[in-house]
Write a protein that binds this ligand. Structure first.
Ligand code: 1AE
Length: 396
């Protein structure tokens, strides 16, 4: 029989085997010792089982496995079983979740993954560079076009909408898709360089698929989903649909409400790494350890480990984000490696010489970091990088 396996951190360390047994039974067959022998035989294959308990650093850890046939094949059922009511039951945090291989047909993961996205933009040997539209709310399509052109002119690989830019009268999503495609194609004709532009999906949940298909028809080359405001099953349905043949970027909006507490909620590597990978995201954004909404480095790296875990699903690109500037690039490469995305909004648009120079500065910093050259030394040859380091400083 196959099982879903979950590990929890408890705020207590006493009587762990007993507590674990209570969880395993409470989330499956209810009671056990009250059942007669025949009932026990009948229910044995539905019973949750304690796999392991241990205590360290003043916390208790319990691992429990749940029979696969207890749940329907959706995230709603899986998460309700492993951490539904339980999430409300005192100091408890879900720290690991593994689905059995028998779930793969229903949870096939990303369409593109790391290799697929690299293939689309023909970049195989370095971290990708992504920028975020900034200050677009209240502006029109002319402004948006200019911002996109500037980011591309610097040589960006990926561009994404700000997650707060929805479908709206000034820059309708369909127009963004159409104009975005025109600009991306013109850039390709001119330079031979392919880039992707992810448009934010928004609107009523039951119309999202239709919206995604219309955006793709209009020219969208990628989509951005605020997954935790809609739900993981929404991401899964979009990713599995063959009529939505573009990469999907997972945005972490709202996830702070679940990951921030050390005692409650879901561990960041599970919520922003494991689950988006299984649900079908091609990239997963999360707070970097360095910026304005920082996540502890072990957690940020834990997300990258889960995103790139080799197994039943494709590996997906980790995107440490927020407060990223060129002076952080060497640190990013050290912490997240080549299979990652360096992503910046303010760190591109805030460059004193403009967004194109901002992207160029990132590229110069990246080339230097990959060559093992210090950013300070590279800045002697590169004006854009020098200006960026003067503006933001350097993290060695
Ligand atoms: C963790 C998500 C980061 C994000 O979406 C965003 O817009 C970052 O902007 P900057 O780079 O901090 O300006």
């Amino acid at each position: 029989m196959a099982y879903i396996t979950a590990t929890y951190q408890l705020g207590v360390t006493d009587q762990l085997p007993k507590r674990a047994e209570q969880i395993a039974l409470g989330l499956t067959v209810g009671s056990w010792t009250d059942l007669n022998h025949l009932e026990q035989q009948q229910l044995e294959s539905f019973k949750g089982q304690v796999v392991h308990t241990e205590e360290h650093d003043g916390k208790g850890y319990v691992t429990i496995r749940y029979p696969e046939h207890n749940v329907s094949r959706d995230f709603s059922a899986i998460l309700t079983t492993v951490f539904g009511k339980l999430s409300l039951d005192g100091q408890i945090k879900l720290t690991d979740l593994q689905l059995p291989a028998t779930f793969t047909p229903d949870f096939p993961g990303a369409k593109f993954g790391i290799e697929g996205v690299r293939q689309l933009i023909q970049v195989h040997d370095r971290p990708l560079l992504m920028s975020i539209f900034k200050g677009v709310i209240g502006r029109d399509l002319v402004f948006l076009r200019e911002q996109l052109e500037a980011q591309l002119a610097g040589g960006i690989d990926l561009v994404k909408d700000d997650e707060i830019l929805y479908d709206n009268p000034l820059t309708p999503a369909l127009d963004r898709a159409r104009i975005g495609r025109e600009v991306l194609d013109a850039h390709y004709e001119r330079t031979g360089k392919r880039a992707l532009y992810a448009i934010t999906l928004s609107g009523p949940v039951f119309r999202l698929k239709e919206q995604a298909k219309r955006l793709v028809e209009a020219g969208a080359t990628a989509l951005l989903l605020n997954t935790f405001t809609y739900g993981l099953d929404v991401l899964r349905e979009l990713a599995a649909d063959p009529e939505i043949p573009v990469p999907i970027f997972n945005h972490p909006a709202l996830s702070g409400a679940l990951i921030a507490s050390p005692e409650y909620g879901i561990a960041a590597p599970v919520l922003l790494g494991t689950l988006p990978r299984i649900a079908g995201a091609d990239l997963t954004l999360f707070p970097s350890p360095y910026g304005n909404v920082a996540l502890a480095k072990d957690l940020a790296r834990g997300i990258a480990v889960e995103a790139t875990r080799i197994g039943e699903t494709k590996t997906i690109l980790p995107v440490p984000s927020a407060g990223i500037h060129p002076g952080l690039v060497a640190q990013l490469v050290r912490d997240f490696g080549v299979d990652s995305v360096i992503n910046a909004g303010g760190g591109v648009h805030g460059h004193p010489q403009g967004a194109a120079a901002g992207v160029i500065a990132f590229r110069q910093a990246l080339d230097a970091a990959l060559a093992g050259e210090s950013l300070t030394s590279a800045a002697h040859r590169h004006e854009e990088l020098r200006v960026a380091l003067d503006a933001w400083g350097i993290t060695k």
